[in-house]
Write a protein that binds this ligand. Sequence first.
Ligand code: SF4
Length: 338
Amino acid sequence: MKPFSYTRAQSVGDAVAALVANPQAQLLAGGTNLVDLIKYDVTQPEAVVDINRLPLKDIRKLPDGGLRIGALVSNSAVAYDPRVKERFPLLSSAILAGASPQLRNAATTGGNILQRTRCYYFYDPSSPCNKRKPGSGCPAIGGLNRIHAILGASDKCIAVHPSDMCVALAALDAKVEIEGPEGPREIPFSDFHRLPGDEPEKDNTLAHGEIITAIRLDANHFAGHHTYLKLRDRLSYAFALVSVAAAIQATEGQIVELRIALGGVAHKPWRDRLAEAEFAGAPADDETFRRVADRLLSQAKGQGHNDFKIPLAHRAIVRALQQAASGRPQNQTLKAIQ
Ligand code: SF4
């Protein structure tokens, strides 16, 4: 492990200035990913800027019925907040499907969004990896790729984004509020994370010097008809092989609005707005749900070991839409698929 300097930011402006002053500086919040990355020698920051004392730890109601969640609110605090459970239960459910209680107590909202892929090769500094060292190659292509992408991959990287929370935030059309050297700005959640393309080292569209200050959720009509269905190798403390965040607004058996985001299948939470729009007016029944799955997976491509994810994702989409339509969301305590 390479030595690094440690400073504690007293304000958001302090944190931005510290990042701007050193291109190799990284922010420390809950540390549940960064500390691992440093210990494994995957990342070698010259400077670590601790932002844990910044005033970004509250959840505020917005006038339209939405919520603004500070970047340093812990995952547990978000999941169990009565306002989140009432207005955005999909988000609460997705968070509770992830990690362990101890990790959720430490991990922050901003940190969850910025966590890095769990590709085996990325975490092994003795392996080449285009994401860790651009231009060095991608041994997952043709190698061990059971957990890798079936959508949106490139010939440079086939990694997936590991977060559960982010899949729900994508389906809920969240906004990411940011502060940086040029002042504040906002990024729609679906535009925050990137596909790998030719630059897999870039996970997202945040510029160096910018920090996430909050997530904003606008009011919606999905609290009664949603689900977060996560399929994994064991029932707790495992990343998704495939997950589905689904929400349906229907009237007299017909879909008015459909939201569906997939996790564990791409470099970012996977959402296809055109596909969602195509099913407005369709009957909210199994035949439609199968067509939604066909449409969402029409470009899916396996890498060998992960070919099983395509039929698994198809079944998960159909089951998630059934759960959402019936108003019986997946229970994250019992975990057995309903
Ligand atoms: Fe690295 Fe991406 Fe290839 Fe994994 S899939 S080895 S993260 S380039």
